[in-house]
Each structure stands twice: as structure tokens, then as C-alpha cells.
Design a protein around this ligand. Structure first.
Ligand code: CP
Ligand code: NVA
Length: 303
């Protein structure tokens, strides 16, 4: 029985197998082939925070695999009235086959998993967003034919998505250049961990320096869910870190732009960039569905 709470929970071979399977599921879906390998299985989805892509891709993904998904708002569960995480975890283990949790605190997902006898998936926490990275890596593979040696420039906040991307670098063989304003860079220990794993991950002084020789420019919101009180300070600190058409002009002609969405046009990304011909964001969003399905098969099918 396996959990997927962090990119650290899978190895290189498993990552590659999940992405391979996601590509197969995408091809089969396009040809109208849908099988029902998860018939009779239920996924419980607990969302402490809002979601469009994660909720819908998991729910539709479970349906397309022949299973069922339950959307649970913790405020409507006894969890919202103080029932202990370890109790909820042991009870749900007896009803469903897998649990996906989007939570404010990563440590709560870890605690839930410690008491769970079924797989637990991190659907975003303050620390990581590993499901997003599976879709991103699939997108990179589709765009460049391979993940190995592809250089990604991360522009902006060293947030949950950035952290999972750093941890994925040694598994996927991607290079990373990260440009964040002072005080908002990802933790140095994480970069060192990725480097020890063999990845070329470095901080850049400016967005311009980061995008030089990049194959992908990736950005995310400046104010993540849970950071709303810091909004004013962040908007000030991130000035100059917008992915603009001018910044793209300084990158290689084949560069593609990624964003995990939701986007705030005019803040981290210009409208002309997200709507432009180099934007891969819609492909990236679609791939959430295929990678979510592959992940569910990886975690649930054999349990
Ligand atoms: N990218 C992503 O996780 O989107 P949602 O917040 O809409 O799920
Ligand atoms: N970093 C963003 C990602 C949203 C999918 C957040 O945590 O709000």
C-alpha cells in the first residue's frame, strides 16, 4: 500500500511508468476506449480549500475508470467539529479505496496517512502539489519527446508547486533555474536535496537570467491559498517578476510557457502570454485528467 503525499514518495522508474500510462490513457480516451479497472472502488476527496482542476479531474477520472468519487467538505464532516484526524482516517479506510486531501497544513495530510490503511494522495498542501507536477512532466514529455535535459525556468514564488518541481527534478532529469524575489525563494535544503539526487537546480538573480536557454518558462500565482493576508506585501515584492512578452523575447524561440492555473493576468503573467502561441497551459490543465487516472491506477488497482 502506497501514499502519494510528496514527490519523494515515488522513484524515477515509477514516475516514468505513471507518465507512460497517462499517455496511454490519453490516446485510448481520444479513440473512445474506456475500460473499467476501478469498478466498485470509491475515492473520497476532502477539500479544505477551493479547487477547479483537481476536483474535476479526480472526479471525472474516477468515473472514467469505472469507479466513484465523493466530494467532502471538512466543514460538513465531524472533522469540522473537532473529530480527530486519526479517527476519521481509520473510519474512511473501512468505506473507500483511496483518499485525496487538499489541506492547509501538509502535516495534517501526513498525520492522516499514518493512520490510513488505504492510499492517501496530497491534492495540494502548503508544502507541495505533487499531482500538478505529474501533469507538468507529462506536458514536457509531449512537447519535447522526453523529459531528460529539458531546462525549466521557474519565475516567482518558491511555493508548493515550485517545491514539488524541485523534488521532481532528479526523478525526471530536468534542469531548473529559479528566479524569486528576496525572501520568497524556495528552501536551500530542498535545492541541495535535488542536487544530491543528480539534478542541475540553481537560483538565478533575475527572471532574465533564469529564462536564458530555458525550454519552459513556468510561473504560478504570487498569493497562494492561505497567503491572502500577505497580499499587499507580496504584490510589492514580486514587481518585475511578471512573465511578459518582452521576457519571452529574451528566451529561445522554441520556449513554451506553463502555469498550473488559476492565473492572475497582469500579476504573474501577461494576458498576451497566456493567450499567446507559446502557451502550453491548456494542454497542461488537460493532462491533470490523464495523470490523475494513471496515479489512481498505480495506487489503487492492485490494492
Ligand atoms: N492547478 C490546480 O491544482 O488547480 P485547482 O486549484 O483548480 O485544483
Ligand atoms: N500555489 C497555488 C497553486 C494553486 C493550484 C496555491 O497554493 O494557491
Amino acid at each position: 500500500m502506497r501514499h502519494f503525499i510528496s514527490m519523494r514518495d515515488i522513484n524515477r522508474e515509477e514516475l516514468s511508468a505513471i507518465i507512460e500510462d497517462a499517455c496511454r490513457l490519453k490516446r485510448e480516451r481520444a479513440s473512445g476506449i474506456l475500460t473499467r479497472p476501478l469498478e466498485g472502488r470509491t475515492l473520497a476527496m476532502i477539500f479544505e480549500k477551493a479547487s477547479t482542476r483537481t476536483r474535476i479531474s479526480f472526479e471525472v477520472g474516477m468515473f472514467e475508470l469505472g469507479g466513484h468519487a465523493l466530494f467532502l467538505n471538512p466543514r460538513d464532516m465531524q472533522l469540522g467539529r473537532g473529530e480527530e484526524i486519526r479517527d476519521a482516517s481509520r473510519v474512511l479506510s473501512r468505506y473507500v479505496s483511496c483518499v485525496m486531501i487538499r489541506a492547509y497544513r501538509h502535516s495534517n495530510i501526513e498525520e492522516y496517512a499514518r493512520h490510513s490503511s488505504i492510499p492517501v494522495i496530497n491534492g495540494l498542501s502548503d508544502q507541495e502539489h505533487p499531482c500538478q507536477i505529474l501533469a507538468d512532466l507529462m506536458t514536457i514529455r509531449e512537447l519535447f519527446g522526453s523529459m531528460e535535459g529539458v531546462r525549466v525556468a521557474w519565475i516567482g514564488d518558491g511555493n508548493n508547486v515550485c517545491r514539488s518541481l524541485i523534488l521532481a527534478a532528479p526523478l525526471a532529469g530536468i534542469d531548473l533555474r529559479i528566479a524569486s524575489p528576496p525572501g520568497y525563494a524556495p528552501p536551500v535544503e530542498l535545492i541541495e536535496e535535488a542536487r544530491r539526487g543528480g539534478a542541475d537546480v540553481r537560483l538565478a538573480d533575475t527572471p532574465k537570467e533564469a529564462v536564458r536557454d530555458a525550454d519552459i518558462i513556468y510561473t504560478d500565482v504570487w498569493v497562494s491559498m492561505g497567503d491572502e493576508e500577505e497580499r499587499d506585501a507580496r504584490l510589492k515584492a514580486f514587481r518585475g517578476y511578471t512573465v511578459t512578452a518582452d521576457l519571452l523575447d529574451t528566451a529561445s524561440p522554441h520556449v513554451a510557457v506553463m502555469h498550473c492555473l488559476p492565473a492572475h493576468r497582469g500579476e504573474e503573467i501577461e494576458d498576451a502570454v497566456i493567450e499567446g502561441e507559446k502557451s502550453a497551459v491548456w494542454m497542461q490543465a488537460e493532462n491533470r485528467l490523464h495523470t490523475e487516472k494513471a496515479l489512481l491506477l498505480f495506487l489503487v488497482e492492485k490494492t
